[in-house]
Structure formats: structure tokens, C-alpha cells
Design a binder for this molecule. Structure first.
Ligand SMILES: NC(=O)c1ccc[n+]([C@@H]2O[C@H](COP(=O)([O-])OP(=O)(O)OC[C@H]3O[C@@H](n4cnc5c(N)ncnc54)[C@H](OP(=O)(O)O)[C@@H]3O)[C@@H](O)[C@H]2O)c1
Length: 306
């Protein structure tokens, strides 16, 4: 048994690769990658079947999109063979945005439209496959925000719209004002962060038949670097499942644990290392059985289920 390599987020929505490349950490290494290095990274991801690239306006202190865009110009592939995702609404207090006196959110029509225009320019493209509102904004005027999002879809600048870090109720409010379905909710989840299993997020996704995207699917790396008993316990559980499945890489098992969930989770992988992407793509080849899945949950929670 294996998992499909593509996934439709919602019934009439956009299709992504089942594993998505997350661009957040693109500029985190000591040596800033030049356009050729970024183009090679894009090529490696695409060769592995990761055709979908997750961005946000703010990544790398507002600099990742443009760095990725210079790589895209060098990359030899076709725009329509990949999917570009970006986000907006977080306003960082940053030297790159001197007008922001403090970190806040902005879901006004003016900000959303301006942010998308900047993302398109940075990425050297005339459309985003998917635009997400990055964080729920307590000052969101659902009518104004929905009208801006619908306008972007109508103009062709954005193919589909979703949200990130929204509660089901926040999702429903925005959805109630849109002429189309929201494509996804991108939420945090991993073997170390399991509250989406019980807080209603995944129930909501299954009920409305959208596939949630999953950020920090390895706990941002803490699964491997963590020194607490819990992390050690989870690594041991992953190792014994690895031995049973024949897929040795613990990260691949952690991703397979997410893929096993019936809500059709779409992990967004954060590594910048092609060899680690290649190891994790092996997750598509395995479907954990129930007891393997529960053994990992038990290790995470530190006790058997009730
Ligand atoms: N919507 C949101 O609010 C939100 C928030 C955060 C992130 N995101 C998205 O989610 C993506 C993924 O988040 P993330 O970077 O935290 O994901 P992650 O995959 O949980 O963590 C990636 C980190 O784990 C490290 N790592 C250590 N050992 C690893 C191993 N064996 N295999 C793979 N990685 C290993 C990586 O280091 P190396 O690079 O050295 O491999 C990297 O620093 C981001 O790029 C972004 O697109 C969205």
C-alpha cells in the first residue's frame, strides 16, 4: 500500500503534491544561497515530486520570496508544473517595514491586495496557486476580507484561498462570506504536537472535506534535537516502527504517522537538505497499521489511550 503523490485540497480546489516544500528556512544557513543554489534546490524538490512550495510574505524577514524568485528565474522548469503558495496578514516590526511599530495582523482589503502584488513581483509570476491568511486577526471584518479574497480570485491573481492557524469557528465565519469554499487550514501538528486530534480542527476538516496542510511536521526539528524524556520516547517508538516497516528514516516514519490520518493531512517539510527530502519522500510508500500509529501516539502522550 502507498499514498498518492498528489492531493486535491477540496472538491473543486487546487491540487498540490502530497508533500509540500516549506520555504521558511531558505535563508537561515550561515551562507546565503545564490540564485543558482536556489534553482538547484527547486530542481531537487521537483525531481522528488515536491512541486508545491509554501511561502509567506514575512519569511526571512520579508526576504525569502525574492530570493526564491531569483532561483525560479534560473530554474529550467515550467511555471505551470509547480504550485506557489503564499500568505499574508502578519505585520512584523522589522527594519524592512519601518512603518510597523509593533507586530500585529492586518486583514484589511488594502493590505491583502498590496501583499499579493508584492508576492507576485517577488516570485516573478502572475498568479499564486494558493493564498492563505497567515493568522486569525481579531479585527478581521469578514465581509471586507472575503470581498478582497474573492476579488483576487476573480482577477486571476490567486487560484484558491485558504487560511492558517484558524479555529473551526474563525474558518466558518470567513467561509460564510465567500462565494467559494476555503481550500485548506494550515495548522501545526506533529508526533510531538497532537492537539489537532482533539481540538476539533481535524474533525472540521473531515466534515467539510478539505485537506489541512501541516506545518512543523517534525516539531521544527525538536523531534531530533530534543533532550527531554518525551522526545527520546517518541524517537524510540519511531525506531521500532521503522524496523517493522523497513523504512529506516525516523523523519519518514513521523511523516507517515501524519499521512495515516483520514483527514488527508498535507505535511509541509521544512528542511533545506535534498537528502533529507529524499528520505522523507519514502513516507509515501508506507501506510502504518493502527497499532503502529497508536504506539507512536502512546509514546507522545506517555500513557496508553484510556
Ligand atoms: N502557517 C504557519 O503559521 C507556519 C509556521 C511555521 C512554518 N510554516 C511552514 O511550514 C514549513 C515547515 O516548518 P518547519 O521548518 O518548522 O518544519 P519541520 O520539518 O518540522 O522542521 C524542519 C527543521 O528540522 C530540522 N531537522 C533536523 N533533523 C531533521 C531530519 N532528520 N529530517 C528533516 N529535518 C530535520 C531541519 O534542519 P535542516 O534544514 O538542517 O535539515 C529544519 O531546521 C515552513 O517552511 C513553512 O513553510 C508555516
Amino acid at each position: 500500500m502507498s499514498h498518492d503523490s498528489r492531493i486535491k485540497l477540496s472538491k473543486d480546489g487546487v491540487s498540490l503534491s502530497r508533500l509540500v516544500f516549506g520555504a521558511w528556512r531558505l535563508l537561515d544557513s550561515a551562507v546565503r544561497p545564490d540564485a543558482d543554489a536556489v534553482a538547484r534546490l527547486i530542481g531537487s524538490a521537483v525531481d522528488l515530486g515536491l512541486t508545491s512550495f509554501d511561502h509567506a510574505d514575512i519569511y526571512g524577514n520579508y526576504e525569502v520570496e525574492a530570493a526564491f524568485g531569483t532561483g525560479l528565474l534560473r530554474w529550467k522548469g515550467k511555471r505551470d508544473s509547480i504550485e506557489l503558495i503564499s500568505k499574508c496578514d502578519i505585520m512584523l516590526a522589522s527594519a524592512n517595514r519601518p512603518q510597523n511599530r509593533l507586530k500585529h495582523y492586518d486583514t484589511s482589503a488594502a493590505h491583502i491586495v498590496a501583499s499579493v502584488d508584492r508576492s507576485l513581483a517577488n516570485l516573478h509570476t502572475d498568479y499564486l496557486d494558493l493564498l492563505l491568511l497567515h493568522r486569525p486577526d481579531p479585527l478581521m471584518d469578514a465581509d471586507e476580507t472575503a470581498a478582497a479574497l474573492a476579488g483576487l480570485v476573480k482577477s486571476g491573481k490567486v487560484r484558491a484561498v485558504g487560511v492558517s492557524n484558524f479555529t473551526p469557528s474563525q474558518f466558518d465565519l470567513l467561509a460564510s462570506r465567500l462565494p467559494f469554499a476555503l481550500a485548506t487550514n494550515q495548522i501545526e501538528m506533529s508526533v510531538l504536537k497532537t492537539n489537532a486530534l482533539t481540538d476539533g480542527s481535524l474533525d472540521h476538516a473531515q466534515r467539510l472535506s478539505y485537506a489541512p496542510m501541516i506545518w512543523s511536521p517534525l516539531g521544527g526539528g525538536s523531534l531530533f534535537t530534543g533532550k527531554e524524556a518525551r522526545e527520546a520516547r517518541v524517537r524510540a517508538a519511531l525506531a521500532s516502527v521503522a524496523a517493522e516497516t523497513g523504512v529506516a528514516d525516523l523523519a519518514a516514519i513521523a511523516i507517515a504517522w501524519l499521512l495515516r490520518h483520514p483527514a488527508r493531512l498535507v505535511p509541509v517539510l521544512g528542511t533545506m537538505k535534498p537528502e533529507r527530502l529524499a528520505a522523507m519522500v519514502k513516507a509515501l510508500d508506507i501506510v502504518l497499521d493502527r497499532q503502529q500509529w497508536f504506539a507512536i501516539l502512546e509514546a507522545s502522550e506517555g500513557r496508553p489511550v484510556a
